[in-house]
Design a protein. Structure first.
Length: 163
C-alpha cells in the first residue's frame, strides 16, 4: 500500500498519517456494511463439500475478528489470517507461512478475491484464483488477471467446486 501512495507522489512520511485517518473513517462506517448477498450460502456450500476455509487478508487480524463477529459466519472458517498492523502490506508472506506450517500445497487451494492483488498472491502461492465482480475493482480490470471471474458468489461456488 505504501508503494501506491509513493506512485501518487506522496512521501513515506505521509503514509502513517493517511493510514490512521483512513482506518478511523473505515471503522466508523463499517457497521453500515451488510454481509454481501450470497456470502453465507457460499460458505455453507464450501463447508458441505468438505472444504477448509481460511480468511487471508491484508487487514489487521483484530479488525477482521471484530467485523466477522457481526455476522453468523465464524463457524465456517478454520483460521483467520491478517496482519498485526493497519498498513495493508502484502498478504503473500502470511499465506506462504501458513501453507508451510500446515504442509498444504497451494495447488490444492482456491483463492477467492476481488482484486488484481489477490490474483498476484494466488499466483505466488501456486493457487487457483477466482475473482469476484462487485468488489474493489471493476470487471474489465479483473479480467486482465487471466483467471476465472465470477459475477456473484453462486457462480464462484460453481467454478470452485466443479473445477
Amino acid at each position: 500500500m505504501q508503494d501506491y501512495y509513493a506512485r501518487l507522489g506522496l512521501g513515506a512520511d505521509i503514509f502513517p498519517v493517511v493510514s490512521h485517518e483512513w482506518m478511523a473513517q473505515y471503522n466508523r462506517l463499517e457497521s453500515a456494511c451488510p454481509l454481501r448477498e450470497g456470502a453465507q450460502a457460499l460458505l455453507s456450500a464450501f463447508q458441505a463439500a468438505g472444504c477448509h476455509q481460511i480468511i487471508l487478508s491484508a487487514s489487521k487480524r483484530e479488525n477482521l475478528l471484530r467485523q466477522m463477529a457481526r455476522y453468523p459466519i465464524a463457524q465456517y472458517f478454520d483460521d483467520v489470517l491478517g496482519l498485526d498492523h493497519i498498513y495493508a502490506t502484502s498478504k503473500e508472506g502470511i499465506g506462504r507461512e501458513y501453507l508451510l506450517r500446515h504442509g498444504i500445497d497451494g495447488a490444492d487451494c482456491v483463492l477467492l478475491g476481488d482484486t488484481l492483488h489477490d490474483a498476484e498472491v494466488a499466483r505466488a502461492l501456486g493457487m487457483r484464483c477466482i475473482l469476484l465482480e462487485g468488489g474493489h475493482q471493476n470487471s474489465d480490470t479483473l479480467r486482465t488477471a487471466r483467471c476465472d471471474v465470477a459475477a456473484d458468489f453462486a457462480q464462484a461456488a460453481r467454478l470452485a467446486l466443479e473445477g
